[in-house]
Write a protein that binds this ligand. Structure first.
Ligand code: HEC
Length: 150
């Protein structure tokens, strides 16, 4: 009998937890790749998700299309910092010897200058941890080669 009561209690707890999770989801606080897609609007002006998504080279004689000023983010998790060419790439980032893990990315998105002093990424930062996690989930889903929708 006690066992049954315990089981009932834990089912009730599980139901309550799921309920809380979906409320959080509805309120937009649970980290998710789909929220990250919206939050990536913070980044998209300066970054492509993958190589080769920049405009094609211009016809001879035409002026070159503007390149985004930040490096593309293809395969960013596990990538060495500063190895992808970009107009605004800094010598500080190139010399940083960073490999982008989820932890380092989290700090970077919160405050780029705290990870690489003197970085040219002019970005105010994303203050909420759950928003940063959503962006990282989205990057994981969309930037891995062979995966993601685009
Ligand atoms: C105003 C333009 C701008 C915005 C907005 C911006 N970035 Fe950047 N980002 C840059 C530039 C420029 C660099 C290169 C920095 C350097 O070399 O010091 C960079 C570098 C990076 C790098 C390191 C790339 C590498 O190859 O090592 C990552 C990762 C990154 N940004 C992610 C993001 C994310 C995620 C966002 C949105 C939350 C974002 N950035 C928003 C301009 C921007």
């Amino acid at each position: 009998m006690k066992l049954i009561r315990t089981a009932v209690k834990s089912v009730a707890t599980a139901v309550a937890l799921v309920g809380m999770a979906s409320v959080a989801e509805a309120q937009g606080t649970a980290p998710s790749a789909n929220r990250g897609k919206i939050l990536f609007l913070h980044c998209v002006a300066c970054h492509d998700l993958k190589p080769g998504t920049a405009p094609p080279p211009p016809a001879p004689g035409a002026s070159a299309p503007p390149l985004k000023i930040g490096p593309h983010l293809g395969d960013i998790i596990g990538r060495k910092a500063g190895i992808v060419p970009a107009p605004a790439l800094s010598s500080q980032l190139k010399a940083s010897n960073i490999v982008w893990t989820e932890d380092v990315l989290d700090k970077w998105i919160e405050k780029p200058g705290s990870v690489v002093p003197g970085t040219t990424m002019a970005f105010g930062g994303v203050p909420k941890p759950e928003d940063r996690q959503s962006i990282i989930l989205y990057l994981k889903r969309e930037t891995a080669s062979g995966g993601g929708a685009n």
